[in-house]
Ligand binder design. Structure first.
Ligand SMILES: Cc1cc2nc3c(=O)[nH]c(=O)nc-3n(C[C@H](O)[C@H](O)[C@H](O)COP(=O)(O)OP(=O)(O)OC[C@H]3O[C@@H](n4cnc5c(N)ncnc54)[C@H](O)[C@@H]3O)c2cc1C
Length: 455
């Protein structure tokens, strides 16, 4: 067993009983074998683990919730700084802030903050990690009203590559805070995040409306013209094109039926939400309308079981500046070609408060994009359809090429440096490289969607 001087957490190495469990990430297609997994209990452990890795010349990976599709929470051979035991959080209801440890999941945050009638914008699946999602930007059901998760990040405690514990905030280190608001895991290990909270719920008006997938082109034109284009910021929608999953809320006769679902969440006055959603819900002949007042925490976990840990996932994603007719036709055509009942395509509805912030104000760029498209090939371990689902995903992505405009770093797989650059655009990327040279000149934190230091 490796000795990490000063380390108080658990050190796991190959051969340990829990090694296989500890190296596993959400995406079951990722199968890496780190030399050491250092499960940290606090910032002092992170400092000790980093020091040990640097002295031994080991590659470093950093694990928050372990959800990244590229599996960058674990590396081969090197040392994983694993924050999964660090999930505590503290809410200050008077100041409306929450301080959240670097290994927390969104379910942890939602449960505790809702105890005070508060929330900060998170992701749409509550078993996703707070850390990676926040550091890449963070899109979810509250973003159009309250901004990205990163827009609500007011401070962070960060262990930087030089072995210092720094405070990133507007007062203490605004450049570091700027970089953490979208620049990913490139600038250090965040041991705690401080978020701004907002009154939310406890009930939101939320649910999916399902139409037959054959109607996708019509539904999406109506959705664009009557719903998405003019929606108040309280309303966020996500289109989900897939075979209906066997969730308890969906009647058995619809399971596996190809559908065009528009998932909606209204976070505001419920009567106003009923009025705002009427035009969506009354269109055509929906197969099912599950829009209803429900607790925000229930909505946040409603789709958890559709994307469980351990299945194999292959994603391709892009932003769309606008939802043009020709792009809608691609969506309608390619979603119908899906074979696996687990694969799906999500079209996120951006804008609102995201676009109220300047392109240069945070490292998250592309604030004017209207949508993000995420095409997800999914299959179970051992199912011989991986090549087929990957090919479907790639063909779909190629077909949407003429409409692509930038990318979202948190949805990238192992796609190379150009795609990371696309996620930021030239100006932001250049500044991120300069800040990387300041905070991590030797690129210690390189096992990620990497931003190399400026020369
Ligand atoms: C089912 C599912 C649903 C999702 N839904 C959304 C969504 O609604 N909105 C959205 O924006 N994204 C969403 N995502 C994408 C998500 O933002 C990324 O996968 C993100 O990387 C997850 O963060 P994590 O901490 O779980 O990841 P991990 O795999 O643990 O980490 C990913 C990377 O983040 C960095 N990192 C992690 N922890 C730290 C830390 N404490 N300090 C510094 N760097 C760190 C490291 O570079 C690491 O390689 C979803 C992903 C999945 C799988």
């Amino acid at each position: 067993m490796l000795d990490i001087p000063g380390f108080t957490g658990r050190v796991i190495t190959p051969g340990d009983e829990v090694y296989d469990e500890a190296r596993r990430v959400w995406n079951g297609a990722v199968d890496r074998h780190p030399g050491v997994i250092a499960q940290c209990t606090g910032a002092a452990d992170v400092l000790a683990a980093l020091r040990c890795a640097r002295e031994a010349g080991l590659l470093v990976a950093v694990r928050g919730g372990g959800h990244n599709v590229a599996g960058t929470a674990v590396c081969d051979d090197g040392l994983v700084i694993d924050l999964s035991p660090m999930r505590a959080l503290h809410v200050d209801p008077g100041r409306r802030t929450a301080r959240v440890e670097g290994g927390a999941l969104w379910g942890d945050v939602d449960q505790v903050t809702q105890g005070f009638g508060l929330a900060t914008p998170g992701g749409i699946v509550s078993h996703t990690g707070v850390a990676g999602l926040t550091l890449g930007g963070g899109i979810g059901w509250l973003m159009r009203k309250h901004g990205l998760t990163a827009d609500n990040l007011t401070a962070a405690d960060v262990v930087t590559a030089d072995g210092q514990l720094r405070r990133a905030s507007d007062e203490d280190d605004p450049d570091l805070l700027w970089a953490l608001r979208g620049g990913g895991g490139n600038y250090g290990v965040v041991t705690s995040f401080t978020f701004r909270l907002h009154p939310v719920g406890p009930q939101v008006l939320a649910g999916p409306v399902l139409w037959p997938m054959e109607d996708t082109a019509d539904v999406l034109r109506h959705y664009r013209d009557v719903v998405a284009g003019s929606a108040p910021p309280e309303l966020t929608t996500i289109v989900n094109l897939r075979k209906a999953p066997p969730l308890p809320a969906i009647p058995a006769e619809l399971h596996k039926r190809p559908v065009c679902a528009v998932q909606a969440c209204w976070a505001g006055d419920l009567d106003a939400g009923e009025r705002a959603l009427r035009a969506l819900r009354s269109y055509g002949r929906p197969l099912l309308d599950l829009v209803a007042p429900r607790p925000y925490t229930a909505w946040q976990s409603m789709f958890n079981s559709a994307v469980p840990h351990g299945w194999h996932y292959y994603w391709k994603s892009t932003n769309l500046a606008r939802l043009e007719d020709a792009a809608i036709d691609v969506l309608a055509e390619h979603s119908l070609r899906v074979a696996s009942p687990r694969s799906y395509t999500l079209l996120f509805h951006l804008g609102g408060a995201i676009a109220d912030i300047g392109e240069d104000d945070t490292a998250y760029a592309h604030r004017r994009a209207a949508h993000n498209l995420n095409i997800n090939g999914v299959w179970q371990p051992g199912e011989p359809i991986g090549d087929q689902e990957r090919a479907w995903t790639r063909d779909f992505f190629t077909a949407i090429e003429p409409h692509r405009s930038g990318a979202y770093v948190n949805f990238l797989g192992e796609e190379g440096a150009d795609r990371v650059r696309q996620a930021y655009g030239e100006r932001t990327y250049t500044r991120l490289r300069q800040l990387k040279a300041r905070y991590d000149p030797e690129n210690v934190f390189r096992f990620n969607q990497n931003i190399p230091p400026a020369a």
